[in-house]
Design a protein around this ligand. Structure first.
Ligand SMILES: [Zn+2]
Length: 158
Protein backbone atom coordinates (compact mmCIF):
# COMPACT_ATOMS: atom_id res chain seq x y z
CA UNK A 1 0.00 0.00 0.00
CA UNK A 2 1.26 3.46 -0.84
CA UNK A 3 0.16 6.80 0.51
CA UNK A 4 -1.25 9.50 -1.76
CA UNK A 5 1.99 11.46 -1.21
CA UNK A 6 4.12 8.55 -2.45
CA UNK A 7 1.88 8.01 -5.46
CA UNK A 8 1.85 11.72 -6.33
CA UNK A 9 5.67 11.75 -6.27
CA UNK A 10 5.87 8.55 -8.29
CA UNK A 11 3.53 9.81 -10.98
CA UNK A 12 4.68 13.43 -10.80
CA UNK A 13 1.22 14.79 -10.16
CA UNK A 14 -0.38 16.92 -7.48
CA UNK A 15 -1.38 15.09 -4.35
CA UNK A 16 -4.89 16.52 -4.26
CA UNK A 17 -5.45 15.08 -7.73
CA UNK A 18 -4.54 11.60 -6.46
CA UNK A 19 -6.85 12.08 -3.47
CA UNK A 20 -9.66 13.13 -5.80
CA UNK A 21 -9.17 9.98 -7.92
CA UNK A 22 -9.36 7.88 -4.74
CA UNK A 23 -12.49 9.67 -3.63
CA UNK A 24 -14.29 9.29 -6.96
CA UNK A 25 -13.36 5.61 -7.18
CA UNK A 26 -11.20 5.98 -10.28
CA UNK A 27 -8.28 4.56 -8.36
CA UNK A 28 -8.69 1.33 -6.42
CA UNK A 29 -7.81 2.59 -2.95
CA UNK A 30 -8.63 2.02 0.68
CA UNK A 31 -9.36 4.61 3.29
CA UNK A 32 -7.71 3.99 6.65
CA UNK A 33 -8.16 6.50 9.47
CA UNK A 34 -9.29 9.12 6.98
CA UNK A 35 -6.24 8.72 4.73
CA UNK A 36 -6.19 7.03 1.36
CA UNK A 37 -3.86 4.19 0.46
CA UNK A 38 -3.35 2.85 -3.03
CA UNK A 39 -2.52 -0.76 -3.83
CA UNK A 40 1.02 -1.33 -5.10
CA UNK A 41 -0.25 -3.29 -8.11
CA UNK A 42 -2.11 -0.23 -9.31
CA UNK A 43 0.82 2.10 -8.75
CA UNK A 44 3.07 -0.30 -10.67
CA UNK A 45 0.50 -0.74 -13.41
CA UNK A 46 0.60 2.97 -14.13
CA UNK A 47 4.30 3.68 -14.00
CA UNK A 48 3.60 7.10 -15.35
CA UNK A 49 0.72 9.43 -14.64
CA UNK A 50 -2.58 7.90 -15.78
CA UNK A 51 -4.62 10.13 -18.01
CA UNK A 52 -7.52 11.47 -16.03
CA UNK A 53 -10.50 9.13 -16.58
CA UNK A 54 -8.75 7.83 -19.69
CA UNK A 55 -8.00 4.61 -17.85
CA UNK A 56 -11.47 4.30 -16.38
CA UNK A 57 -12.17 1.05 -18.19
CA UNK A 58 -9.01 -0.73 -17.00
CA UNK A 59 -9.54 0.59 -13.49
CA UNK A 60 -13.14 -0.51 -13.56
CA UNK A 61 -12.26 -4.12 -14.41
CA UNK A 62 -9.43 -4.12 -11.87
CA UNK A 63 -12.12 -3.85 -9.22
CA UNK A 64 -14.07 -6.84 -10.46
CA UNK A 65 -13.47 -10.23 -8.84
CA UNK A 66 -14.52 -12.86 -11.36
CA UNK A 67 -14.30 -15.80 -8.98
CA UNK A 68 -17.57 -15.32 -7.12
CA UNK A 69 -20.02 -18.18 -6.42
CA UNK A 70 -22.10 -19.47 -9.36
CA UNK A 71 -19.99 -17.54 -11.85
CA UNK A 72 -20.81 -14.19 -10.26
CA UNK A 73 -18.40 -11.33 -10.87
CA UNK A 74 -18.21 -9.45 -7.60
CA UNK A 75 -17.68 -5.72 -7.40
CA UNK A 76 -14.80 -5.03 -5.02
CA UNK A 77 -15.40 -1.29 -4.85
CA UNK A 78 -17.95 0.75 -2.96
CA UNK A 79 -21.52 -0.43 -2.51
CA UNK A 80 -24.61 1.66 -1.93
CA UNK A 81 -26.99 0.84 0.92
CA UNK A 82 -29.19 -1.33 -1.28
CA UNK A 83 -26.26 -3.65 -2.03
CA UNK A 84 -25.55 -2.51 -5.57
CA UNK A 85 -21.97 -1.77 -6.52
CA UNK A 86 -21.13 1.86 -7.09
CA UNK A 87 -18.53 2.85 -9.64
CA UNK A 88 -17.17 6.15 -10.79
CA UNK A 89 -16.81 5.79 -14.50
CA UNK A 90 -15.82 8.56 -16.85
CA UNK A 91 -16.16 10.95 -13.93
CA UNK A 92 -19.77 9.98 -13.30
CA UNK A 93 -20.95 7.95 -10.34
CA UNK A 94 -23.11 5.06 -11.50
CA UNK A 95 -24.20 1.56 -10.56
CA UNK A 96 -21.37 -0.84 -11.30
CA UNK A 97 -23.41 -3.55 -13.00
CA UNK A 98 -24.79 -1.05 -15.51
CA UNK A 99 -21.25 0.05 -16.40
CA UNK A 100 -20.18 -3.60 -16.84
CA UNK A 101 -23.18 -4.33 -19.05
CA UNK A 102 -22.70 -1.26 -21.21
CA UNK A 103 -18.98 -1.96 -21.64
CA UNK A 104 -19.51 -5.56 -22.75
CA UNK A 105 -22.98 -5.76 -24.30
CA UNK A 106 -24.10 -2.24 -25.16
CA UNK A 107 -26.17 0.70 -23.99
CA UNK A 108 -29.22 0.06 -21.82
CA UNK A 109 -32.19 2.34 -22.59
CA UNK A 110 -32.92 4.80 -19.77
CA UNK A 111 -36.39 3.29 -19.37
CA UNK A 112 -35.04 -0.16 -18.57
CA UNK A 113 -33.42 -1.56 -15.44
CA UNK A 114 -30.96 -4.41 -15.29
CA UNK A 115 -32.41 -7.38 -13.48
CA UNK A 116 -29.98 -9.65 -11.64
CA UNK A 117 -30.89 -13.16 -12.76
CA UNK A 118 -28.52 -14.47 -10.06
CA UNK A 119 -30.17 -12.38 -7.30
CA UNK A 120 -26.73 -11.14 -6.25
CA UNK A 121 -26.91 -7.36 -6.27
CA UNK A 122 -23.14 -7.00 -6.03
CA UNK A 123 -22.64 -9.05 -9.21
CA UNK A 124 -21.58 -7.30 -12.43
CA UNK A 125 -21.39 -10.34 -14.74
CA UNK A 126 -23.23 -9.21 -17.90
CA UNK A 127 -24.40 -12.79 -18.50
CA UNK A 128 -26.32 -12.56 -15.21
CA UNK A 129 -28.04 -9.31 -16.17
CA UNK A 130 -31.17 -8.81 -18.19
CA UNK A 131 -32.68 -5.45 -19.15
CA UNK A 132 -36.30 -5.34 -18.03
CA UNK A 133 -38.88 -2.63 -17.34
CA UNK A 134 -39.01 -1.17 -13.82
CA UNK A 135 -42.35 -2.84 -13.11
CA UNK A 136 -41.10 -6.24 -14.26
CA UNK A 137 -38.03 -5.80 -12.04
CA UNK A 138 -40.27 -5.02 -9.05
CA UNK A 139 -42.54 -7.95 -9.81
CA UNK A 140 -39.58 -10.33 -9.87
CA UNK A 141 -38.15 -8.95 -6.64
CA UNK A 142 -41.54 -9.42 -4.99
CA UNK A 143 -41.86 -12.91 -6.35
CA UNK A 144 -38.64 -14.04 -4.73
CA UNK A 145 -39.04 -12.17 -1.45
CA UNK A 146 -39.82 -14.14 1.70
CA UNK A 147 -42.79 -11.85 2.28
CA UNK A 148 -44.26 -13.15 -0.93
CA UNK A 149 -43.69 -16.77 -0.09
CA UNK A 150 -45.53 -16.28 3.21
CA UNK A 151 -48.35 -14.38 1.50
CA UNK A 152 -48.45 -16.90 -1.29
CA UNK A 153 -48.60 -19.84 1.09
CA UNK A 154 -51.47 -18.16 2.96
CA UNK A 155 -53.26 -17.50 -0.30
CA UNK A 156 -53.06 -21.06 -1.53
CA UNK A 157 -53.65 -22.42 1.96
CA UNK A 158 -50.37 -24.29 2.05
ZN1 LIG B 1 -24.21 -13.08 -10.74
Amino acid sequence: MQSTKQVAERWGVRRDWVIEMCRTGDLPAEQIDGRWFIHESVVDHYKRRPRKYGNSEALFWSRVNKSGPNGCWLWDGAHVGSGYGQASFGGVRQVAHRVAYELTVGPVPESLQLNHLCRNRGCVNPAHLEPVTASENKRRAWETSSLHSATYRAMVGA
